[in-house]
Design a protein around this ligand. Sequence first.
Ligand code: ZN
Length: 497
Amino acid sequence: MKKNILILASLLSFSLVFAQTEKEKVEETVNKSTIEGHIYFLADDLLKGRETGTDENKIAASYLANTLRSYGVKPNPMTGDYYQKINMKDIKPPRRVNLSWGGKENKTEIKNKVVLEPAKMTFTGEAVYLGFGTEEDFKGKNLRKKIVILQGGDNKNQDVRSAFRMRQEKSDRAKAAGALAVIELIKADAPTWGFVKSRFDRSRVDIADGEVTNKGRAGAMGYLWVQDEYGAYVNDFKTGTQQVKLKMEGASEKPLYSSNVVGVVEGTDPQLKNEYIIYSAHYDHVGIGKADKTGDKIYNGARDNAVGVTTVLSMAQNLAKYPTKRSALFILFTAEEKGLLGSKYYVDNPVLPLEQMVYCFNSDNGGYNDTSIATIVGLNRTTASGNIISAAKQFGLQATDDPAPEQGLFDRSDNVNFAAKGIPAPTFSLGFTAFDEELTKYYHQPGDHADSLDYDYLEKFFRAYVMAGRNIANDPETPFWVAGDKYETAGKKLYRK
Ligand SMILES: [Zn+2]
């Protein structure tokens, strides 16, 4: 008995003397060789740029899942494995679309149009104009085998972004009423329209809303956008019924799947463990494309976003060994490059209740031009900024906020899907002071290789991220949006504040 006490006492003093500081815990698990291992693998030519849906994209997911497994991170609680499978569709736009309206004398050929939802059809008949297409507008309407004309957006907002956001519910209403197709008139100037065209006039990937079959989409409802910058077409329909001719053919879609990778580490505090910090990054990239001057056509995506993935893996390895008071949810998204689809799917299908997610610490990267800083897009928009600034400082880096807020970077990565739900969600990125040539040289270029990175800098960068995560996850104060932020209202609603 006495001997046991002695052993216990010596063990205690041993652990007291050698109790590790937070900084030592970070330095112990985050080191250059581990980081290099992840980045060189993910950015290897053999992974062919990890494009969503490809075999190589799935190999990348397997690497991430099994790395989490090797750390002792727990799997997705919904499935018992480390995946969240997403059914998607690969959409090829119609080869031919002819659209016109008006009688013989005043026939208008519509050139500036894009197809959002293709369908195979030949239609001639009167179109039904339903304003902005609100629930009220559709009420009691039988639109079987008819074409519906709508205005984009609602009576408050008619910009492209709003129109796009409201499109799904309008589409659902039109489908329910049996419509053949919706033609939506969009207020957009030439540059905005150019952007819309480049996004939709090519094959693209989207989340599948039902069964995906390739029959040229016969029987499906079509959805078209027509540019109507000054509202001239709206007038055509407001002032009288119109004969419309629409022919679409040659469209197709085929099923495709990919997965988010998900893991959990439970917190140590009996109360705070009910709150989760999300550590996230997208692992997909843009695949194989146009060759550069050297003939290289594999877009390796070392910076974008093998680096981001490595921040999450570094965090996972550290927390599996040294858990924090709050719990951790790791999510590695697919299909970011296809339009933030993996994160969108996640927030609509969360594996744990969203209101328990108190922070989303995302990482996405284009490149860097300053190795003395870490750039956190949205740093000063949440009350956790102090925890991030002090963490960076401990590893010799200065944490700086978005150098170009006018570019809207905050709203262009996966973090925005969480922010929109109300979860404070900045993006931790390699240090950049401007989107200059040093970044564009690599950003979405075949030259974004693993061997062009500064790993001394990266070691500090990853350590700063892990330290910041630990600070936030151990802080007695739960992080939130700073007062007046554009997402504060959503946050109050989510957390019932
Ligand atoms: Zn990215």
